[in-house]
Design a protein around this ligand. Structure first.
Ligand SMILES: [Zn+2]
Length: 128
């Protein structure tokens, strides 16, 4: 479901207690594409970890995605990708929780972990 503004999301339809529509919405125009299957997995990973997730990027409207240099076919435009800040987390535990929750795409960055529901793949590398 695509909302032109994250404030339009009915509270009764938002079932992910550790996240808010605002933090999942596009940092560009404030729109929000809610993909329940992806949100369920994000919440499952968060519940498993038991510590706050800081989401630095989730849904991106097409203009914003282009502006931040996102891939043209970025899963962020499909609403099933999340960038989770690494600060305060054990990287291996975070990765394991996201895998267990059913995420299939992983991008390893120095300050965040990208997860999505695209084809099984990964890119980047964490230096240990
Ligand atoms: Zn990402």
């Amino acid at each position: 479901m695509l909302y032109a503004d994250w404030r339009d999301v009915p509270a009764r339809l938002w079932r992910w207690p550790d996240f808010s529509p605002r933090e999942i919405a596009s940092r560009g125009d404030g729109s929000l594409l809610v993909m329940p299957e992806a949100m369920d997995r994000l919440q499952a990973a968060r519940t498993r970890i038991g510590r706050p997730f800081v989401i630095t990027s989730a849904y991106r409207d097409p203009v914003h995605n282009a502006r931040v240099g996102g891939a043209p076919l970025s899963r962020h435009k499909a609403g099933d990708a999340f960038d989770i800040a690494l600060a305060g987390h054990d990287r291996a535990a975070l990765l394991a929780a996201c895998r267990a929750a059913g995420f299939t795409g992983f991008g390893f960055y120095s300050s965040f972990l990208h997860v999505d529901l695209g084809p099984e793949r990964s890119w980047g590398q964490w230096k240990s």
